[in-house]
Design a protein around this ligand. Structure first.
Ligand code: COA
Length: 372
């Protein structure tokens, strides 16, 4: 059995941002258009008028201030409300591969590695641009990595499930080094015309390098233990699969985009995650007082504040449980890895921390790390 360490991380951040004010102005223009176009039916009580969104509500309910997106103009066009990401020909790298490769190159640089030293690429994300060939195999080819590659989807928990998968392969000796890459183009499976969720997501890609913890000189994080769990729920769901006729414009798109029962998610996921983390820590003999940092999934600020308090037994102090969702919004599986990548360099040798992601499935994955 080999020991495993995280030796590098990379984050691709799109160049375009949408503030809450910009988002709300476009949503409200869309709602006005909809209400004017359907005035007669609304007056007859056959259709409900679209209510206005509010930037104050969005910040209070979620803690989100802005989000990065691959295409802003399409999202904000009140007559479109969907990113303009034109179909690419087969010879051009796909969107997920393009942003994933950028994150991987940054992660390789931070680990001081060349792509040829990688034996496994896992593309772990909440939605795939196509079914096959696997996005991971395209990323492997674009990078010039060796070995093999495959895609996996466990929604917002994908990165942690990918880290456990890669870590177990390194432990057993079947591979020496892996990249787990999380290209999340959430803007393309968010329904921007739905006031209840139009503010939730943003786009980003993250990458994490894992390798044998042998003769490592540069700072790294020892992977002390990983734990994954799932429990079926329809409360976060997307029906856009290969059985749907997505090319037929007459098919209503709503259930093919992100759908959630946010209140139920709140109620059901919080106890699930708190217990998962508590059980994982107990099994590994990690006390709350041992934890120097918590890098949580970034869906909602009050959710994270609640989990941080449950895990530490007190309110997290500044920097102990870093949030990045005010700038990035929910970036699905990438959120906890952005928090980790941007808020871990200052830890000291021997410090313990915990990465935890959770979401649709339901699913929850946690990784206990120690600075080496
Ligand atoms: N602007 C203004 N008002 C809005 C609004 C908007 N954009 N969206 C909803 N509202 C209204 C609702 O209609 C509701 O009005 P009502 O009280 O008259 O019925 C009110 O605000 C409260 O809405 P609700 O959906 O109950 O808010 P909430 O406090 O539960 O917050 C979420 C909504 C989505 C932010 C919250 O439920 C959440 O974060 N849930 C977990 C989400 C999550 O982690 N999902 C995982 C995704 S991977």
């Amino acid at each position: 059995m080999h020991n495993v360490a995280i030796t590098g991380t990379g984050v691709f951040t799109p160049s375009e941002t949408i503030t809450n004010d910009e988002l709300v102005a476009s949503f409200n223009a869309y709602a006005d258009l909809y209400n004017a176009e359907n005035a007669a039916q609304i007056a007859a009580g056959e259709l409900e008028a679209k209510p206005q969104s509010s930037a104050d509500f969005i910040f209070a309910a979620s803690g989100i201030e802005r989000r990065y997106v691959l295409n802003k103009s399409g999202v904000l066009d009140p007559t479109r409300m969907f990113p303009k990401l034109a179909q690419r020909d087969d010879e051009t790298p796909g969107y997920m591969a393009e942003i994933g490769v950028d994150a991987c190159k940054k992660a390789l640089d931070s680990a001081g590695l060349d792509a040829s030293q990688i034996d496994l690429v896992i593309c772990a994300a909440s939605n795939m641009e196509r079914a096959y060939p696997a996005i991971a195999v395209e990323i492997q080819a674009l990078l010039g990595a060796n070995g093999f590659a495959f895609d996996m989807n466990v929604a917002c928990s994908s990165a942690t499930f990918g880290i456990q998968t890669a870590s177990d392969m390194i432990k057993s000796g079947s591979i020496g080094r892996a990249i787990v890459v999380n290209p999340e183009i959430c803007s393309a499976h968010l329904e921007w015309r739905d006031r209840d969720c139009h503010f939730i997501f943003g786009d980003v890609a993250t990458a994490t390098i894992l390798e044998r913890d042998e003769d490592l000189i540069a700072p790294h994080f020892k992977v002390k233990s990983t734990r994954c769990a799932t429990q079926f729920s329809n409360n976060i769901r997307n029906n856009n699969g290969y059985l749907r006729r997505t090319h037929d414009a007459t098919v209503d798109r709503r259930d093919m985009q992100f759908m959630q029962n946010g209140r139920k998610v709140f109620k059901e996921v919080l106890p699930l995650v708190s217990k998962h983390i508590a059980d994982h820590m107990e099994a590994e003999g990690v006390q709350a007082s041992d934890l120097k940092r918590l890098w949580l999934h970034q869906a909602n600020k009050s959710m994270n504040d609640y989990i941080g308090k449950r895990v530490l037994g007190r309110d997290p102090e500044g920097g102990e449980q870093p949030n990045i969702l005010q700038d990035y919004a929910n970036t699905s599986s990438a959120g906890s890895i952005i928090a980790f990548a941007q808020n871990s360099a200052d830890l000291n040798k021997g410090d313990t921390g915990l990465i935890c992601a959770f979401g649709a499935g339901y699913s929850v994955g946690s990784v206990i790390v120690e600075k080496g």
